[in-house]
Design a protein around this ligand. Structure first.
Ligand code: GH3
Ligand code: MG
Ligand code: MG
Length: 350
C-alpha cells in the first residue's frame, strides 16, 4: 500500500514529505485543491488528488501553534481494492452460510414440522371420515408436537363419546318416533318400516307373508256414547289383546291409525292367517266391552286377511291394499267378521 506523509505551511509550501514525494519539498502549491482543503479546517479526512496527481485518502491535523498541516494519506485505489476483496470474500462466506442454513431448515423443517403436521392431518382426516378410533398417539411424534397430539386425542375421545351418546339418543328417538303413545304398539311409521323389512325377507326366503287389517266396529258411536277417555281405554284393551294373540315377537302388531290395527305375520300362509284372525276376532268378543249403541251390545272387530309369497313384480303396498280390500268387504258384510281374498266370505260371527 502506498502511503504519503506531507507537511505544508500556512502558505501552501511543502515543508516535508515522505520519501516518494521528496522532490516536492520546498515547492509551493498554494493554488492546489489539496492545499485549499487542508488549510480550510484544523483537522479532518479528505479524499482528493495529491500534488503528484495520485488520489489518496488523507487524514490531517493542524500543527499546534502554527498554520502548518500534517497530512497522512493512503492510495485510494489500494484501499478500495483491499476493501472490495474483503467484501467479496465476505459475500461468498455469507452465501455459503446462507445456503447451509437453508439446507438445514429444509431438512429440519421437513422432519420436525411438515411430517408431524401431515401425520396430524392424516389422523384428523381418518377421524373426520368416521373412524372414531383414530388417535394421534399411534404415530411417532417429535417431543414438541406431543402436547398437540395429546390435545387432539383428548378432543377425539370426547367427540367419539359424544357421537356415541348422540347415536344412542337418535336410536331412542327413532324408536319413540316409531311407537304409538296410546297403545305402546308400533305406529304407522314403525309398521311401514317393519313391513318393508318383512317383505324383503319373505322374498329372499321365498316364504309367505300374511297381513291382517283390523278395524273396531262402530267405534265412532262408542266414542259418542262413552266419551273419548273410554274410547282410548277401549283402544288400549284391543291393542293388548291383539298383542297376546300375536304372541311371537316376529309378528308385528301396529296401530295403523285411528281405531285401525295391523298384524304382520311372517311365514304364515293364508289358512293359518285366517285361523289366527278368527282367534283375534273371538278374543275381542270375549273382552265383553259394553257398546250400548252396537247391534250386538259389545265391542267387536272386523278383519281383512291376505297372505302371499312376494314376487319381484309386486310391492309391499299391494299386500296392504289386498288386506284393506278384504277388511272393507268384512264391513260391508256386517262387521265382526274375518274376510280373506275378497269378496269370498270366510267366517261370520254366529
Ligand atoms: P265402522 O264400523 O265402519 O268402522 O265405523 P266406525 O265408527 O268405527 O268408523 P269411523 O271411521 O266412522 O270412526 C272411527 C272413529 O274412531 C272416529 C274417531 O272418533 C275414533 N278415533 C280415532 N282415533 C281415536 C283415538 O285416538 N281415540 C279415540 N277415543 N277415538 C278415536
Ligand atoms: Mg271402525
Ligand atoms: Mg276405521
Amino acid at each position: 500500500m502506498r502511503r504519503a506523509v506531507l507537511v505544508i505551511d500556512g502558505g501552501g509550501t511543502v515543508l516535508a514529505a515522505s520519501t516518494d514525494e521528496e522532490p516536492l519539498v520546498g515547492k509551493n502549491f498554494a493554488a492546489h485543491g489539496l492545499t485549499k482543503e487542508l488549510l480550510a479546517k484544523d483537522e479532518g479526512t479528505i479524499t482528493t488528488e495529491g500534488f503528484d496527481g495520485i488520489r489518496r485518502i488523507l487524514g490531517f491535523v493542524r500543527v499546534p501553534w502554527t498554520g502548518a498541516r500534517l497530512a497522512v494519506g493512503v492510495d485510494e485505489s489500494v484501499v478500495h481494492g483491499g476493501i472490495d476483496h474483503e467484501i467479496s470474500v465476505a459475500y461468498v462466506q455469507l452465501s455459503v452460510f446462507g445456503a447451509l442454513v437453508l439446507l438445514a431448515a429444509w431438512f429440519g423443517g421437513e422432519r420436525l414440522i411438515l411430517r408431524p403436521i401431515q401425520s396430524l392431518v392424516r389422523t384428523a382426516t381418518r377421524f373426520g371420515h368416521g373412524d372414531l378410533r383414530a388417535r394421534a398417539a399411534n404415530e411417532p411424534w417429535m417431543a414438541e408436537f406431543e402436547p398437540l397430539a395429546a390435545a387432539f386425542d383428548d378432543m377425539a375421545r370426547k367427540l367419539a363419546a359424544r357421537e356415541q351418546e348422540l347415536q344412542i339418543a337418535n336410536q331412542h328417538l327413532d324408536e319413540l318416533a316409531s311407537l304409538d303413545g296410546l297403545t305402546g304398539l308400533a305406529n304407522r311409521r314403525g309398521f311401514d318400516r317393519e313391513l318393508d323389512r318383512a317383505w324383503r325377507s319373505a322374498e329372499e326366503l321365498h316364504q309367505p307373508l300374511a297381513l291382517m287389517m283390523i278395524d273396531i266396529d262402530h267405534f265412532k258411536l262408542f266414542n259418542d256414547y262413552y266419551g273419548h277417555v273410554q274410547g282410548d281405554a277401549c283402544l288400549r284393551a284391543v291393542g293388548e289383546t291383539l298383542s297376546l294373540v300375536a304372541l311371537d315377537e316376529a309378528r308385528i302388531v301396529a296401530r295403523y291409525g285411528g281405531e285401525e290395527f295391523a298384524l304382520l305375520l311372517p311365514g304364515l300362509d293364508l289358512d293359518h292367517a285366517i285361523a289366527l284372525a278368527e282367534e283375534a276376532r273371538r278374543s275381542i268378543e270375549k273382552l265383553l266391552i259394553t257398546h250400548a249403541d252396537a247391534p250386538c251390545g259389545i265391542v267387536t272387530i272386523s278383519i281383512g286377511v291376505e297372505s302371499r309369497i312376494p314376487e319381484p313384480s309386486q310391492s309391499a303396498a299391494s299386500l296392504v291394499e289386498a288386506a284393506d280390500h278384504a277388511l272393507y268387504d268384512a264391513k260391508r258384510r256386517g262387521r265382526n267378521t274375518v274376510v280373506a281374498h275378497a269378496p269370498v266370505l270366510l267366517s261370520v260371527a254366529s
